[in-house]
Design a protein around this ligand. Structure first.
Ligand code: CLF
Ligand code: SF4
Length: 503
């Protein structure tokens, strides 16, 4: 597949993207970005959202400095954070730019692998330009080693591109749910444009034109753009392949198709109207369909507008302003520690460059072997290091005779809270098994007898033999073992639980 990145100085950089930082290949070796030109590679190498492999090692944080918004989305309730980039139903602590900078310095000192600061809400960052740019300005001076990132609905983007490019911002996300104003009118009841509220198709058309114009202007300046799209079944699901093609043509680097989350208790239009979100299978099928033409992001966790930590973990509670105020931070010392920790991570990543050893012997049988989904429990670092009962989410990998690829993550409720309650979670366990539907194995560092038996009975083989091993190597080894035992010549067992848990 060929990916064209527009707007590199003096030329359009054409990239052979073997899945880029998203689909096949990425994650199966730590140098999967090696096909990219150096200046792009440098920008994505330690960005946990732009590189799937980096998200095992590097953290991001958001600061919620931008309260206002200039459009209305049917999946958003203004009581909560911007649902274009954040998990719906979550409220963040709104910060002034000065407090935001203090908080970033504190997190940078305490979490040395935090490489990216994003502004993603709680409203639209570019509808709050003074607060957003003041925060970026101060951070450029005080913490120049941190990459700056921003997420927007795109309405105000063209007018802000010049300012964005002055602030050393390498990464911009635009949420683009449609390129068709008729579909847009079903998602956006109005936009606020030139001091007027403009409704329906007319408003949606303005938004779409501004988004595409802003996208081109950014890529013309060499700024990497990721496009987020919310998949809304029956509204834009059939149309998102076209969106993927259009944004790629206009220079987008990466496409992140996220599931709609619409709950009645969030009070959104879609929630109240009973609009459903996609199932895991529907989401994956759409991501696969778009991937024919575009680099897809599959590891998005729909973070909070004040998220802190590795994707999938949230350490925000450790850095509330009352705690930050009393922290004693020596940023110079912290910078040294950050460098040391990040150098160590890079050494680890280099060591991972071996191919998938276990698959090498399978080439003869290649055609007959069917692909298998496996769930993995990890707390980061790209290794299997989480107890089944402590996992809050599972990463889903697909193995075949030649490759292992990351597919998605599935959140679950904590089965084992430890102490006296541990083991009482029968119904939670049932839910987890339902969530892992479609997987044929679950790899974790340890697992108790009860979940072992129930998983096995549901046709999901528990496996604790690869604790502390590299995820892709372990998945490949389990796949090779299944091949050897003849399990892959048979069709996949019927889905363990017919009713798929929603995404
Ligand atoms: Fe934040 Fe977004 Fe930048 Fe990442 S998140 S502003 S690009 S630093 Fe990442 Fe979070 Fe998904 Fe966003 S996992 S919601 S894609
Ligand atoms: Fe809500 Fe974000 Fe949409 Fe604004 S852009 S209405 S904050 S989801």
């Amino acid at each position: 597949m060929e990916l064209t990145v527009l707007g590199q100085p003096a030329e359009q950089a054409t990239i052979e993207a073997e899945g880029g930082c998203s689909s096949s290949g990425c994650g199966s070796d730590s140098d999967s970005l090696s096909h990219l030109p150096d200046h792009i590679r440098e920008k994505v190498h330690n960005h946990p959202c732009y590189s799937e492999e980096a998200h095992h090692h590097y953290a991001r944080m958001h600061v919620a400095v931008a309260p206002a918004c200039n459009i209305q989305c049917h999946y958003c309730n203004r009581k909560y954070d911007c649902a274009n980039e954040s998990r719906p139903g979550v409220v963040s602590e709104l910060l002034s730019p000065d407090d935001a900078v203090k908080k970033v310095m504190a997190v940078a000192a305490e979490i040395p692998q935090m490489t990216v600061l994003g502004i993603a809400g709680p409203g639209d960052p570019l509808a709050n330009p003074e607060r957003t740019f003041e925060t970026f300005q101060q951070l450029t001076e005080k913490a120049p080693d941190i990459k700056l990132c921003v997420s927007t609905n795109g309405l105000a983007l063209p007018e802000q591109v010049e300012e964005l490019s002055k602030h050393n911002i390498d990464h911009v996300t635009i949420t683009i749910n449609t390129v068709d104003p008729e579909i847009g009118a079903q998602i956006y009841p109005w936009v606020y444009w030139n001091n007027r509220r403009i409704k329906g198709v007319k408003g949606a058309r303005i938004l779409i034109e501004q988004q595409q114009k802003g996208l081109k202007m950014l890529t013309d300046r060499g700024i990497l753009v990721k496009v987020n799209s919310v998949m809304i079944p029956g509204v834009n699901d059939k149309h998102l392949e076209e969106v993927s093609r259009v944004v790629k043509d206009n220079g987008a680097f990466l496409h992140n198709v996220m599931p709609l989350i619409a709950e009645a208790e969030h009070g959104t239009f879609y929630g109240v109207m009973g609009q459903r979100g996609p199932t895991h299978d529907e989401l994956q099928a759409l991501q696969d369909a778009c991937a024919g033409d575009m680099n897809m992001m599959r590891h998005c966790r729909q973070c909070r507008a004040d998220a802190v930590g590795l994707l999938g973990e949230d350490r925000g509670d450790e850095f509330t302003m009352d705690k930050v105020e009393v922290m004693d931070i020596d940023y110079e010392a912290a910078m040294e520690r950050r460098k040391q920790v990040q150098d160590d991570i890079e050494k680890q990543r280099k060591m991972k460059q071996a191919g998938l050893v276990a698959l090498e012997g399978l080439s003869v049988q290649k055609k007959e072997l069917r692909p298998v989904l496996m769930a993995v429990a990890t707390s980061g670092g790209g290794i299997i290091n989480e107890h089944f009962g402590h996992a809050k989410e599972f990463l889903i990998y697909e193995a075949n005779a030649t490759d292992v690829r990351f597919i998605s993550h599935r959140k679950v409720e904590l089965y084992c809270g430890g102490g006296d309650t541990c083991g009482d979670g029968e119904s939670v366990l049932d839910q987890i098994i339902k969530t892992l539907s479609g997987c044929e194995a679950v790899l974790c560092s340890k697992i108790g007898y009860e979940p072992w038996d129930l998983l096995e009975a549901a046709g999901i083989m528990p496996n604790g033999e690869h604790a502390m091993e590299d995820i892709e190597q372990a998945v490949a080894a389990v796949y090779a073992e299944m091949a050897e035992n003849g399990a892959l010549e048979k069709p996949a067992p019927t889905k363990q639980i017919a009713a798929q848990a929603g995404a």
